[in-house]
Design a protein around this ligand. Sequence first.
Ligand SMILES: [Fe+2]
Length: 250
Amino acid sequence: MIVAQISDIHAEPGSSSLLVFERAIEWLREFRPDALVVTGDLVDRGWRDGYRRIAQRLQSLHVPVYLLPGNGDDEAAMRAEFTGIGGWAVPSGPMHFSASFADATLIGVDVTVAGESYGDIRPHLSWLRGVFAGVSMPALLFMHQPPFSIGIEPLDQVGCRNGDELMAFLEAMENPPLGIICGHVHRPVFSRVGSIALQTCGSLCPPNPLVLGGRDGLSVLDGPSFLLHEVRNRQLLSHVVSMQSFTEGE
Ligand SMILES: [Fe+2]
């Protein structure tokens, strides 16, 4: 199966990211993924019309859609505008999801902490243990904030806390998930711990600059992007799809 993942639209009135999102949706309409996961930060400042417009576009794809909130989202507004299409496991509280397909199970854990940019996995480990206990096929675990360092200091400050407890649990599993796949950092990043792939998805809003070890100031051509994850023969293959940015006045 092929799962598309888009992340960090950060739509707000007058910004170009909603247009980039619509461009990505048109691309996906032709591509026809088997499922779509959105890993949070859909709009800024709770923009209700933005949620409504995103919901309409997602529904028009006619594929199963699963949504996680990010630290910038208004969870009550999200639940209200995505009624029936968010894929959430329960009608209130953390916006987790779990969905099994023929080739893979998709699990999303809402690690957001109200009022904070960072996330925390600790309150959700027992839910995750229960879900994984019932999963026998390859799984992909989605989160907003990554529970691993990406090497960009300001972004690592606002990652998901207690990631070591998550990794200890997952690494002890007989069949750990194929990957932990996140958003939040607005750049595609790839790593691995044991057999578990660690990834972050690019954003549909402008990417964050690449600042590694204090080195910055070099221009790069990074644009908005998203990921396609193929699960085939218990193997995960991920591809970056870049979208053209909109210039002012376009
Ligand atoms: Fe975020």
